[in-house]
Ligand binder design. Structure first.
Ligand code: CUA
Length: 356
């Protein structure tokens, strides 16, 4: 017969192997994003909001680990103490008829300790919530983010209407300044999660929610839709680029401009093809005839790091591959394959590649 302690050890080893396997799978998934240096780690806090949440996580981890270890220790002690029996022994049921004040006292104590521990965790959660609400919002950058299946619109709304501009799938924020993001959903429920900067917030059709955060260190932070929203939910990434205030202002000034007018013949032809093909029925490029709002704004598409919400790196080869057959890279996406001659495709890639 296998001793119970052996069975328990075996299960613990299997559990550890499973945990390692899951951890390596999540590393694999992140390694597949086109911007490998983008930080995506709730325990690598880069601002006050994320650090409050990381602290709460550490409190929960410590409390749960202590309880888990205590239960394991008691279990091992009981297995050690319990009388051994083999198949021929008659069970001794006499204890069932007797009162057991000792074990009853232990159970009562354990229930009291559990309730107190759970209450302490509730208190820690409330304090974290209050700390999150204390973020100063003076001089905040205001962004309207709308989630779609499966990409993000970001509209910067500081200043007057003529100062606002729209971009997609990538937002820039100044280091050290608070950011207030108003969240909307266009179709189904999504959830925005940039683990290094803030907690999750759901985006619900017909309702508006708010996320507030501050990035204290320059860097590229990866966000992800965290609510299953359809076939390509996993390919619904958002990059947050935190940069020094002067650099951010330069970026804002650039984004407010209309698209650069192409100068070489190939890109000029690309612009004409773009405006006369089905591209212009969904996309907008400020300063061109394309002004539809059903797909990402491409006015400054070349300044972005990825294509299709973090699906592909933004290189001419990938752009060409994406336009030729979006369904190959993101099956189910609303963008159809556009039948274009080789020359027209190269011209469009040249035109879009110049839209810094
Ligand atoms: Cu959007 Cu999941």
């Amino acid at each position: 017969m296998v001793p119970p302690v052996f069975g328990l050890c075996l299960r613990l080893v299997l559990l550890a192997v499973l945990a390692l396997l899951l951890a390596s799978l999540s590393d694999y998934a992140l390694a597949a994003t086109p911007i490998p240096q983008a930080v995506h780690d709730a325990l690598d806090a880069m601002g006050p909001q994320a650090s409050h949440i990381a602290s709460l996580w550490n409190v929960f981890l410590a409390a749960c680990a202590a309880v888990f270890l205590a239960i394991l220790a008691v279990l091992l002690y009981v297995l050690w103490r319990t009388p051994r029996a083999d198949g021929g022994d008659v069970p001794d049921l006499s204890s069932l008829r007797e009162a057991e004040p000792g074990p009853q006292r232990h159970v009562t104590r354990a229930v009291v300790v559990s309730v107190l521990a759970l209450f302490a965790l509730v208190v820690a959660s409330v304090f974290t919530d209050r700390a999150l609400a204390r973020l100063s919002l003076a001089d905040a950058v205001n962004i309207e983010v709308t989630a779609h299946q499966w990409w993000w619109t970001a509209k910067y709304v500081n200043g007057g209407p003529s100062d606002s501009f729209t971009t997609a799938n990538e937002i820039h924020v100044p280091v050290g300044r608070p950011v207030v993001v108003n969240l909307h959903a266009d179709d189904v429920i999504h959830s925005l999660w940039v683990p290094s900067l803030a907690g999750k917030k759901d985006l619900i059709p017909g309702r508006s929610t708010v996320m507030q955060f501050r990035a204290d260190h320059p860097g590229i932070y990866r966000g992800q839709c965290a609510e299953f929203c359809g076939y390509q939910h996993a390919l619904m990434g958002l990059l947050v680029i935190a940069e020094p205030p002067a650099q951010f202002e330069t970026w804002v000034q650039g984004q407010r401009q209309s698209a650069t007018e192409p100068t070489d013949a190939k890109a000029l032809r690309g612009k004409a093809v773009f405006e006369s093909s089905s591209c212009a029925m969904c996309h907008a490029i400020q300063g061109s005839l394309a002004s539809a709002q059903h797909a990402p704004d491409l006015t400054h598409v070349a300044s972005r790091q990825t294509l299709a919400a973090g699906t592909l790196p933004n290189t001419p080869q990938d752009l060409s591959a994406w336009i030729s057959n979006p369904q190959l890279h993101k099956p189910g996406t609303n963008m159809p394959a556009t039948p274009l001659s080789k020359d027209d495709l190269e011209a469009i890639v040249a035109y879009l590649g110049g839209l810094k």
